[in-house]
Write a protein that binds this ligand. Structure first.
Ligand code: TXA
Ligand code: MG
Length: 323
């Protein structure tokens, strides 16, 4: 017997693609996090995305393609380093910042002459883009500054009925946003740590720079020192030196533990596996946020592989102090 899921999915993708073509906004699964998808070539549709997310217009969006061959529609003058990265990592959690073509409206790039672009590694996202017949602009489907969604339910919980179709592609396989790489002449520079690790990038193209965040300089919000935050104040530290001083505290930690004194403990990977930890990070932040705590203590994970991106998100969540 055919399951309803198999019968329904293509119909829903067709309906969602139709919605995108007519200027609507749809919740889209990707392998990293869920996105809020709109026709990247339709400025009004893109404006609706900014409005739903409550996102400032100076924070540009990522454009998603179903295949790397569609790149010339949105980007030009692709450097050799970028070509090598495309070959190695697309489809996948890698976004490249490249000179934009005239087809890309200024609202997508916040007036920048460059466009951020990637091919997601998720069958539903790629089918949706293909059926819509247009590149899709999609930020993470959370309210501005908040924790990114890694399930369809997270999108519903945060955005309610502002989005009428959310395609459910299951929990995200990577769980952290894409790595963003820009080019300065022949040099590749990582603007955001994410699903493709520094080690993987360097195996493909040699050494890369990692952009330092300067709190004194205006930044794109995904790179603001404060971002990706739960509402509950989150502090970074070690359980052995942490004192909760009578407050209800929760613990976010990598490995299994028997720490006393915490009302709730979220373990990211009992085996201490950073890939598994990445997939669980945002759901764990949400669970702790829902546990009516005064404070969340987050313990940094080893600074290697996906651990760098996990620590990056924890630092930004801590800087917000629950604001
Ligand atoms: O994994 C992902 O990248 C997810 C999924 C949905 O694809 N998307 C995502 O989008 O994380 P968003 O909007 O939450 O983050 C996009 C980041 C922002 O920090 C923005 O500043 C940066 O990409 N960005 C976009 N265009 C840029 C450009 N032209 N130059 C530099 N940074 C850019
Ligand atoms: Mg985001």
């Amino acid at each position: 017997m055919t399951t309803p899921y198999i019968v329904l999915a293509p119909l829903l993708i067709t309906a969602a693609a139709e919605r995108i073509r007519s200027g609507g906004v749809v919740g889209m699964p990707t392998e990293t996090v869920y996105g809020l998808a709109a026709d990247a070539l339709n400025p009004l549709a893109v404006a609706r995305v900014f409005e739903i997310k409550n996102r400032p217009f100076f924070d540009p969006l990522i454009v998603h393609l179903s295949e790397a061959d569609e790149l010339p529609c949105v980007a030009k003058d692709v450097p050799e380093q970028a070509k090598a990265l495309i070959k190695n990592f697309w489809p996948g959690p890698l976004t490249l910042v490249l000179p934009k073509t005239d087809a890309v409206p200024d609202i997508v790039t916040s007036g920048l002459p460059t466009v951020a672009v990637r091919v997601p590694d998720h069958p539903i996202a790629r089918l949706l883009i293909k059926e819509a017949g247009t590149p899709i602009a999609a930020p993470s489907a959370n309210l501005f500054g908040r924790v990114s969604p890694t399930t369809a339910q997270h999108v519903r919980d945060q955005l309610g009925d502002a989005v009428d179709i959310v395609l459910d592609g299951g929990p995200c396989r990577v769980g952290l946003e894409s790595t963003i790489v820009a080019f300065d002449g022949p040099r590749a520079c990582v603007l955001r740590l994410g699903g493709v690790t520094i080690e993987e990038l360097e195996r493909a193209i040699g050494s890369v720079e990692i952009q330092k965040v300067d709190p004194a300089k205006p930044q794109a919000p995904g790179n603001l020192p404060q971002h990706y935050a739960p509402r509950t104040p989150l502090v970074l530290g070690d359980r052995n030196t942490f004192t909760s001083a009578g407050k209800r505290a929760g613990l976010l930690t990598l490995g299994p533990c028997e720490a006393g004194g915490f009302a709730t403990i979220e373990v990211l990977s009992a085996a201490g596996d950073l890939r598994e930890a990445a997939t669980k990070l945002y759901a764990a932040m949400r669970a702790l946020d829902a546990a009516d705590l005064d404070v969340i203590l987050a313990e940094p994970v080893p600074e290697e592989g996906l651990g760098r991106a996990i620590n990056d998100r924890l630092k930004r969540a801590a800087n917000t102090g629950g604001a």
